[in-house]
Design a protein around this ligand. Structure first.
Ligand SMILES: [Zn+2]
Ligand SMILES: [Zn+2]
Length: 355
C-alpha cells in the first residue's frame, strides 16, 4: 500500500509499505478520509513529544474508513464494507483517569497516528483495544465521510464546552476563528446560546465564522473588542469565553471581558517554551469566574460528537476546505500551514471530491 511516512522533521515520504493484516480481535480499514490538524503540523515540525528522534511512523488520527478485514473474534456486529469513524485514543484502562472515562488524560495512552501507525495511508490497522473500548463507531452511508472525520476535533471542542454549561441566556465570546474556533461556534449554537461573538484578525476567517452562525464578528485590529463586548451585552460582559487561539494576550484579556459569574475555557495551548500568562486574580475573585482547561477528547466525547453529527444537529461539511490524494500530502500540509484553509483532508483510497 501507499502511505505518507514521517522520517524526521520536514521529512514526510509517500512510499510503499506492507499492507497491515488484522490479527485476532482487530480490524483493518481502507482509509476513506483522514484530516490534518495542528497536531500533525507539530509532528511534521519534529516538535511532538511522542515522535522522538529516530521515530519512523505514519501520522493521521482523524479517520474515517471502510472495514476491509476483520480478525477472528471481533464482536459488535461489524462486517466488511461498513463505514466507521475511529476515536483515536485508548487508555490503559486501569489508571484513575481511565476509570473515570477520561482516557485522553491517561499517562500511558496509545493513539492512532501518535504512538501507532495512523491513517495517512491506504489502510490502517485498528488494534483490539480500540474495539474492546468502543472506539469504532458506525455511521450512515448518506453522511459525507470527510465531514465525519472531523468528529474528532469536534469532540475536543465539545469537551472544552462541557464545563461551561452554555444555556439559552448566555452570550458566548470565542477568541480565534481558525477551524477550532468555528467548531466552537457550531457547538455553542447547538447548545442553544443566546448570542455568539467571535474575535479574530483575519477577514477571511471572520467571514467563515459569520457563515457558521456567529451573530457578531469583531476584527480586533479594527475595532475595540472590550467596547464591542460591552455593547452586545448591555455592559455585562460575556457569560462564556472560549480562548481558541494560542496567544498570551487573548488568555490574559479574557477575565476583563467576562461577565460576573462568567466561565472561561483556555482551549488552546501555548508553546512549551513560553507557557506563562499574567491573569488578574482580582477579576477572577470579585466576578467569581470559573477558568477551565481541556485537552484532546475522550472516547465518550467522540461518541457525543458522533451523536450530534448523526442527528443532523451539527454539520461539519462546510469546514472541509480541501481534499487531496495521498501522493499530494506535502501540498496538503502546505495548504494547512498557510492558515487560510479550514480543514484539509487526505483521501488515500480515492475518496470522493477534489481539492
Ligand atoms: Zn487532531
Ligand atoms: Zn489509563
Amino acid at each position: 500500500m501507499i502511505a505518507a511516512v514521517y522520517y524526521g522533521p520536514e521529512d514526510l515520504r509517500v512510499e510503499q509499505r506492507p499492507t497491515p493484516e488484522a490479527g485476532a480481535g482487530e480490524m483493518v480499514l481502507r482509509v476513506d478520509y483522514a484530516s490534518i490538524c495542528a497536531t500533525d503540523l507539530r509532528i511534521l515540525r519534529g516538535a511532538h513529544r511522542k515522535y522522538s528522534p529516530g521515530t519512523v511512523r505514519v501520522p493521521g488520527h482523524e479517520v474515517v474508513g471502510t472495514i476491509a478485514e476483520l480478525g477472528s473474534g471481533v464482536s459488535g456486529g461489524f462486517h466488511a464494507g461498513q463505514r466507521v469513524f475511529v476515536a483515536p485514543n485508548v487508555g490503559c484502562g486501569r489508571c484513575r483517569p481511565c476509570q473515570r472515562g477520561q482516557n485522553n488524560l491517561c499517562a500511558s495512552y496509545d493513539a492512532l497516528g501518535i504512538t501507532l501507525d495512523g491513517a495517512f495511508a491506504e489502510f490502517v490497522r485498528v488494534p483490539a483495544a480500540f474495539l474492546e473500548q468502543g472506539n469504532v463507531m458506525r455511521f450512515d452511508e448518506a453522511l459525507d465521510g470527510a465531514a465525519v472525520a472531523l468528529a474528532e476535533p469536534f469532540a475536543c471542542v465539545l469537551r472544552g464546552q462541557q464545563g461551561l454549561r452554555i444555556g439559552s441566556e448566555d452570550v458566548v465570546l470565542i477568541l480565534g476563528a481558525g477551524p477550532i474556533g468555528v467548531m466552537h461556534v457550531l457547538a455553542a449554537r447547538a447548545a442553544g446560546a443566546k448570542k455568539i461573538l467571535v474575535s479574530e484578525q483575519s477577514p477571511e476567517r471572520l467571514r467563515t465564522a459569520a457563515a457558521a452562525g456567529a451573530d457578531r464578528v469583531v476584527n480586533f485590529r479594527q475595532e475595540s473588542l472590550p467596547d464591542t463586548v460591552a455593547g452586545e451585552t448591555d455592559g455585562r460582559g460575556a457569560d462564556v469565553i472560549v480562548v481558541a487561539a494560542g496567544v498570551h494576550q487573548a488568555m490574559e484579556e479574557a477575565p476583563a471581558l467576562a461577565a460576573i459569574g462568567g466561565r472561561i475555557n483556555l482551549f488552546a495551548g501555548l508553546p512549551s517554551s513560553d507557557p506563562e500568562i499574567r491573569l488578574d486574580a482580582n477579576l477572577i475573585h470579585y466576578k467569581e469566574l470559573i477558568v477551565t482547561g481541556t485537552t484532546g477528547c475522550s472516547t465518550g466525547d467522540c461518541r457525543r460528537s458522533m451523536e450530534l453529527i448523526r442527528a443532523g444537529k451539527v454539520d461539519l461539511g462546510p469546514l472541509v476546505s480541501g481534499r487531496y490524494p495521498l501522493d499530494r500530502a506535502m501540498e496538503a500540509f502546505a495548504a494547512v500551514r498557510t492558515g487560510n484553509a479550514l480543514k484539509v483532508v487526505l483521501h488515500p483510497s480515492g475518496g470522493k471530491g477534489e481539492s
